[in-house]
Design a protein around this ligand. Structure first.
Ligand code: KIV
Ligand code: ZN
Length: 522
């Protein structure tokens, strides 16, 4: 990567570390939407996935590599030869591609996880980085659990990687253990000790103590020039450093840091909304930069001050992060152009056919709703345009519920390509009853890990959007459903989740355990 003075490079790992945490459950179409938007946002590197992890991961990285032109497309890889070759195959069609290889260097990881001696780890680094450098020009090496590694050994590990040709040396705080002042000194000592002036030093901080952003910024002050982060701070456990917070801290406090990034900060809000919707991980209202309340002033004294001069209580302008708050509502008189512009502003890049389908669905929705919000449109796209092929194993044909003084009864009919299957069940409320009826119809016995219903706007004619997370064996899958009828949205989400369990299991090459009983077809 060409180096620029006063520039901090942003390496986005939403589609790898972030997606790993969201259950590894985004399909190719969804990952492509996010990758396109990350590229429009201007991130320098998109870590698209871990190609050797599963055929599904490989396919996603390959699809992103084929399409993204402006950002470097990176794939993650262990130091194993097969991983590195798979990674190369997946990223090779990207005009700017990177192999990111890693191995742990802390005593606890080397002894208990890798069961390798330090010398063997150094040899792994040397051979993996050399192999990767023979395949691509741009190679990054990460010393996993660097912050708990012994400094002299870590320096040796990075020297070995640099000598073998790695151009980026990444210092992960894998378990979120570091503190800012300590991490500053640690990064400074590494940069001095490794003494590889051509290398770009990088950090990858996890948020277990809520310090990921602070640690990343401390590292920048110490000389690090690449920050690895994710949209909405998505990531393993408590997440990774939040991209929007790192970028806006560098921008708002340029007086202190003196660095720029190449990002268009006005696209932060739409990108956050896109990732939240597609990953099913909601953004808390008080989340810095992108939370719904990030620019809301409740106290009268604050409101008064902001009306007189926004700078009294606002250190950033909402427009700077794309959070103008003045959502333009579309309705039945809105034309194709307005509709297309709106979905582009929201971060979606759709084909002309997909836009046409989305527009037809939008017009249909306008018949039942006067005003259609961004949330409604995004829900329609997620529900109708982006489902993976093969997701339609089961289709909801009918659902009715009877509530009253007695137990709630639900009757559900699903089609599975061979015919219609119906069953009924009672439950604790209409959704519980409907879910029990679906359980009787489908061939799996999934566990419901999470359930959430949300309105897509703050009006009473809003759509209800349900997200669920289902697990069957080792496979977890999200399900989404939208409808003006909240019970139907919940049922659609469950059916979508079951379909996705099948799609993800086949992408990962694993068998789901299927129920033995036979269905009756009507
Ligand atoms: O947290 C970590 O150490 C990682 C590495 C693979 C970079 O995600
Ligand atoms: Zn990580």
């Amino acid at each position: 990567m060409e180096r620029q003075q006063n520039r901090v490079y942003i390496f986005d790992t939403t589609l790898r570390d972030g997606e790993q945490a969201a259950g590894g459950n985004l399909n190719v179409a969804e990952k492509l939407q996010i990758a396109r938007q990350l590229s429009r946002l201007g991130v320098d590197v998109i870590e698209a996935g871990f190609p050797a992890a599963s055929p599904g991961d490989f396919a996603c990285v390959e699809a992103i590599a084929r399409e993204v032109k402006d950002s470097v497309v990176a794939g993650l890889s262990r130091t194993k030869k097969e991983d590195i070759r798979a990674c190369f195959e997946a990223v090779k069609s990207a005009p700017r591609r990177r192999i990111h290889t890693f191995i742990a260097t802390s005593p606890i990881h080397m002894e208990h996880k890798l069961q390798m001696k330090p010398d063997e780890v150094l040899e792994e680094i040397r051979s993996a980085v050399s192999l990767a450098c023979g395949l691509v020009e741009d190679v990054e090496f990460s010393a996993e659990d660097a912050s708990r590694s012994e400094l002299p050994f870590l320096i040796e590990a990075f020297k070995t990687a640099a000598a073998a040709g790695a151009s980026t040396l990444n210092i992960p705080d894998t378990v979120g253990y570091a503190t800012p002042d300590e991490f500053y000194e640690f990064c400074q000592a590494i940069i001095k000790g490794v003494d590889a002036p051509k290398a770009v030093y990088s950090v990858h901080c996890h948020n277990d103590l809520g310090l990921a952003v602070a640690n990343s910024l401390a590292a920048v002050r110490a000389g690090v020039r690449q920050v690895e982060c994710t949209i909405n701070g998505l990531g393993e456990r408590a997440g990774n450093a939040s991209l929007e917070e790192v970028v806006m801290a560098l921008k708002t406090r340029a007086d202190r840091y003196g660095f720029v990034t190449g990002l268009d900060s006005t696209k932060l809000h739409p990108t956050s909304a896109l990732v939240s919707r597609l990953s099913g991980v909601h953004v808390p209202p008080n989340k810095a930069i992108v939370g719904a309340n990030a620019f809301a002033h409740q106290a009268g004294i604050h409101q008064h001050g902001v009306m007189k001069n926004p700078l009294t209580y606002e250190i950033m302008n909402p427009e700077e992060v794309g959070a103008s708050g003045s959502e333009l509502v579309l309705g039945k008189h809105s034309g194709r152009h307005a509709f297309r512009d709106r979905i582009e502003q929201m971060g979606y890049v759709l084909t002309p056919d997909q836009i046409e389908t989305a527009f037809t669905l939008f017009k249909k929705l306008c018949d039942s709703k006067k005003n259609v919000s961004d949330g409604d449109i995004a829900a329609l796209i997620a529900d109708e345009i982006l489902p993976a092929s093969g997701e339609g194993l089961y289709e909801l044909k009918h659902c009715s519920v009877k509530t009253g003084n007695g137990p709630t009864l639900a009757v559900v009919t699903l089609a599975n390509g061979k015919g219609d299957i119906s069953d009924a069940a009672t439950g604790n409320g209409p959704i519980d009853a409907a879910y029990r009826a679906i359980w009787r119809v489908i061939d799996l016995e999934p566990e419901l890990l999470s359930f959430n219903i949300k309105a897509t706007s703050d009006r009473s004619d809003s759509l209800g959007e349900t997200t669920v997370l289902l697990r069957s064996g080792d496979v977890t899958a999200p399900g989404r459903g939208v409808s003006t009828d909240v019970i139907e949205s919940a049922v659609k989400a469950f059916v979508n989740g079951v379909n996705r369990l099948h799609v993800l299991a086949s992408a990962k090459g694993v068998e789901l355990s299927v129920k033995k009983h036979k269905h009756h077809y009507e």
